[in-house]
Design a protein around this ligand. Structure first.
Ligand code: FES
Length: 317
């Protein structure tokens, strides 16, 4: 599998911007960082690469001096957010991937752009705004959060966006009405959503009724685990057989076993990095990367989300 290019960066700024959101700035020790497209993310390697997490870039896409990310502390997690909040400090060196983008802004569209963010799902839109505010774009940002003291960027957004910004403060029982919002915008508007699965699912569900798929764009931060019947996966090259239980993914089974290292970025069936050749058996595809025809061919599958239809799969791993 093709290795992604790595950048070795220094942490040059690190500060809490709300009770649970920390802002980080990274610079190259020497030289300029690559430009990126709005909506890109980088994957940060932690604990000698054992832990990898992707974070949206919120700095300006043309800023090659530094990259900025913001990390929401998930209290129940002992993973990436815990590490970033408690271990990473100014002066540290980190390995990050080059920027990649699975959530691009449709920059060549003259139609309206509706951005819907839930909590830390605001971050990819912060890089969109650098572009949207410069061009003649018609757009609105709808930002929902549980409470202002744990959300980030509210005052900056108010200042920058004026009446293009709509805030929904959960602590004041302000809830976004997705059905109402989507029924009032033209069906050729581009609708982007990032945040909790429930918000994304609602936008997708509602969008299906009046929008073509190409107008609905989403990015999930959490791993989607598709449940189903348990099955065995035989990794032929490594001669290892693993059991994938009802509530785990093939990727999780591989990671728990730890003998096979498989590269994965999105963990949501979007990016294609975990694409694996099927040698025997039939996959139940849940990804958004392969076309319908490719899924029917049954020659490859995304092991982060797809499961087995047969009792056993043999994979080229
Ligand atoms: S990790 Fe992105 S498709 Fe599996």
């Amino acid at each position: 599998m093709e290795e992604k290019a790595k950048l070795v960066v220094t942490v040059t700024e690190c500060k809490l911007i709300s009770e649970t959101v920390k802002y980080f700035q990274f610079e190259l020790i020497d030289g300029s960082l690559p430009e990126f497209s709005p909506g890109s993310h980088v994957t940060v390697s932690m604990q000698n690469g054992e832990l990898q997490r992707s974070y949206s870039l919120l700095s300006a896409p043309t800023n090659t001096r530094f990259y900025a990310i913001a990390v929401h502390l998930n209290e129940t997690s002992k993973g990436g957010s815990h590490y970033m909040h408690n271990n990473v400090k100014v002066g540290d060196t980190l390995d990050i991937s080059e920027p990649e983008n699975y959530f691009p802004l449709v920059e060549n569209s003259t139609k309206k752009h509706i951005l819907i963010a839930g909590g830390i799902g605001i971050t990819p839109f912060l890089s969109y705004l650098h572009t949207l505010q410069k061009g003649a774009f018609d757009f609105e940002l709808h930002y929902c959060f549980r409470q202002p003291n744990t959300a980030g960027f509210i005052s900056e957004l108010k200042e920058q966006l004026g009446d293009k910004l709509f805030l929904y403060n959960g602590a004041q029982q302000q809830r976004i009405n997705i059905a109402e919002l989507m029924s009032t915008i033209p069906a050729d508007s581009h609708c982007y959503v990032c945040g909790p699965d429930s918000l994304i699912d609602e936008v997708i569900e509602r969008g299906k009724k009046s929008f073509d798929d190409e107008y609905i764009h989403f990015e999930k931060f959490t791993e989607s685990i598709q449940t189903g019947h348990a099955f065995d996966v035989h990794c032929k090259r490594s001669n290892i057989t693993l059991r994938v239980e009802e509530d785990m993914s093939i990727l999780q089974a591989l990671e728990a076993d730890a003998r096979i290292n498989i590269e994965c970025l999105c963990r949501n069936g979007v990016c294609g990095t975990c694409e694996t050749t099927i040698l025997e058996g039939e996959a139940e595809h849940h990804d958004l990367y392969l076309s319908e025809e490719e899924q029917q061919e049954q020659s490859t599958m995304m092991v982060c989300v797809s499961r087995a239809r047969s009792a056993r799969l043999v994979l080229d791993l």
